[in-house]
Ligand binder design. Structure first.
Ligand code: SAH
Length: 244
């Protein structure tokens, strides 16, 4: 029997934001692999084995998925949001680099609604002009690289979507991020703190960057810094499409 490996995004939280493609893959899977919190979003059923694991073991998790698929299982690796955005799809391909025997396995990556798009939609249209996305965690890259990219993104006047802004193990980095953006003359820019978007705990706060505080963000928050033209209309925030 030939197995398959599907790497799927579960969206930001609301079931209605799971794509039909992803639902179909989950319905025919024999094994679900992923961080425990995401695996728990898949309802158990007969014939389905759930393999929850800790957040920091991405490459082992990816190798386990490849091995099970090679043995004939229909494996779905789940991430929140989109699996290609700071998530499991890259980890699977990293594991595949060391495993030429598995290069011919049928692998599919199914996109999902990433947090920055759900956050942007809940605030209005802050990503309507050019933007970039930065992962603020320095678990897998040096901190000075994060600072450099932030400075250059500010100079280029991108709107900036920031993932993983602050966690218990990294309490201080986000304060430094706000400082760097103030030093780069972004104090007057609008910042959106979008927490737990599309879940019952959703909270959207908007504030000028000069008034933003580090404790406004946690690991369930996606932060969007507007560009210099981003503005309010009523209760909405949007980036004009035209820049002169
Ligand atoms: N693959 C995921 C991102 C994983 S990194 C995606 O495409 O969305 C995890 C970070 O995503 C969190 O720290 C937070 O910044 C953001 N995030 C994920 N779900 C979120 C949600 N429902 N609301 C706000 N931010 C979210």
């Amino acid at each position: 029997m030939t197995g398959t490996l599907t790497i799927a995004g579960l969206g930001p939280g609301d079931e209605a934001l799971i794509t039909p493609d992803v639902s179909a893959a989950l319905a025919t899977a024999t094994d679900i692999i992923g961080y425990a919190h995401y695996v728990s979003r898949v309802p158990p059923r007969a014939g389905l084995t759930l393999h929850p694991s800790d957040n920091r073991v991405e490459v082992q998790r990816a190798s386990q998925a490849l091995r099970l698929a090679a043995e004939g299982h229909h494996v779905v690796v789940v991430s929140s949001g989109d699996p290609g955005v700071f998530a499991m799809a890259s980890a699977v391909f990293e594991a595949l680099e060391d495993a030429p025997q598995w290069h011919e396995l049928p692998i599919r990556v199914l996109p999902g609604v990433t947090a920055m798009l759900a956050a942007a939609a809940s605030a209005g249209a802050p990503l309507g002009h050019d933007f970039c996305a930065i992962n603020l965690s320095d678990n897998l890259k040096p901190w000075p690289l994060i600072e450099k990219r932030l400075r250059l993104a500010a100079e280029a006047d991108f709107a900036i979507a920031m993932y993983n802004p602050r966690s218990a193990s990294r309490p201080d980095g986000f304060g430094r991020v706000l400082e760097i953006l103030r030093e780069a003359s972004c104090g007057e820019r609008i910042v959106i703190f979008a927490r737990a978007v599309s879940t019952p705990e959703q909270r959207i706060e908007t504030i000028l960057l000069q008034d933003a505080r580090p404790d406004m963000a946690d690991m369930r928050t996606l932060v969007i810094v507007g560009n210099s033209a981003t503005r309010r209309v009523g209760r909405w925030i949007y980036a004009p499409r035209r820049v002169r």
